[in-house]
Design a protein around this ligand. Structure first.
Ligand code: ADP
Ligand code: MG
Length: 244
């Protein structure tokens, strides 16, 4: 699904060059749920932005779904990004004046899908994340966790090859974070390929595989034998509340 070889990224700011990725090679199989870990500044977001075609690598190759994308023009890249990648950000990045429904319709607008079909698919995506009764709310009328669920619905709606999420629980309390992880785990059970960044080990343990970054290098590739089930965490959190 994703195959990168010897990926490097150097940022140039003025006369200073920062080697954010110093040679990363990795293969993520179709249907895999991967968490990217590592301290602040280790290159996690740089890696995700390259996978998400939001930025270009300095060198290296990247195959997405069997297609080599590093040589594509900006226009072609934008097309691949819109149709094949669903990106979820820490701060949701929703348009504040649009309803949940309109936010979720946006990627389909760019994909040229007709209005009735856009609406139908957006409603289905919002129902999948448990927001079927909030489709006409704007971001300021929703909680952080609900906004992140709108953002996940938006990421899903073009049926992308891969869902990428950079610290999707970073701005949320524990309970909302677990709700988000429960959704990612459900999508994974339904066959989605997911790469998610977190610096919280408890969150990373919900994935099947953890990639540990340090100083721009992938230093450890760990399979998680028995991933933590977010639904069980939510159940025990609910019990704590009712007991306490
Ligand atoms: P992480 O997400 O793991 O915290 P980043 O990928 O954001 O790490 O950053 C890796 C390194 O690259 C850091 O040293 C950071 O300061 C630098 N960096 C990230 N983005 C830019 C940029 N747009 N311009 C210059 N340097 C950057
Ligand atoms: Mg980051």
């Amino acid at each position: 699904m994703i195959r990168v070889v010897d990926l490097k990224k150097i940022y140039h700011t003025g006369s200073v060059a920062v080697q954010a990725l110093r040679s990363v090679s990795v293969h993520v199989q179709q249907g895999q749920f991967v968490a990217v870990m590592g301290p602040s500044g280790s290159g996690k977001s740089t890696f995700m932005n390259l996978l998400g075609l939001l930025d270009r690598a300095t060198s290296g190759t990247y195959q997405l779904d069997g297609q080599e994308v590093s040589g594509l023009s900006d226009n072609q890249l934008a097309k691949v990004r819109n149709l094949r990648i669903g990106f979820v950000f820490q701060t949701f990045n929703l348009l504040p004046r649009l309803t949940a429904l309109k936010n979720v319709e946006l990627p389909m607008l760019y994909a040229g899908i007709r209005p009735a079909e856009r609406r139908r698919r957006a409603i289905t995506a919002l129902e999948r994340v448990g927001l079927g009764d909030r489709i006409h709310h704007q971001p300021n009328e929703l909680s952080g966790g609900q906004n992140q669920r709108v953002a996940i619905a938006r990421a899903l709606v073009n049926q992308p090859s891969v869902i990428l999420a950079d610290e999707p629980t970073g701005a949320l309390d524990t309970r909302s974070g677990e709700e988000i992880m429960a959704i990612f785990q459900q999508l994974h059970r339904e066959g989605a390929t997911i790469v998610l960044v977190t610096h919280e080990p408890d969150i990373a343990r919900h994935a099947q595989r953890n990639l540990h970054f340090r100083d721009g290098l992938l230093v450890r590739d760990e399979m998680i034998a028995d991933p933590v089930d977010a639904r069980q965490v939510l159940t025990s959190l609910a019990e704590e509340v009712s007991v306490g």
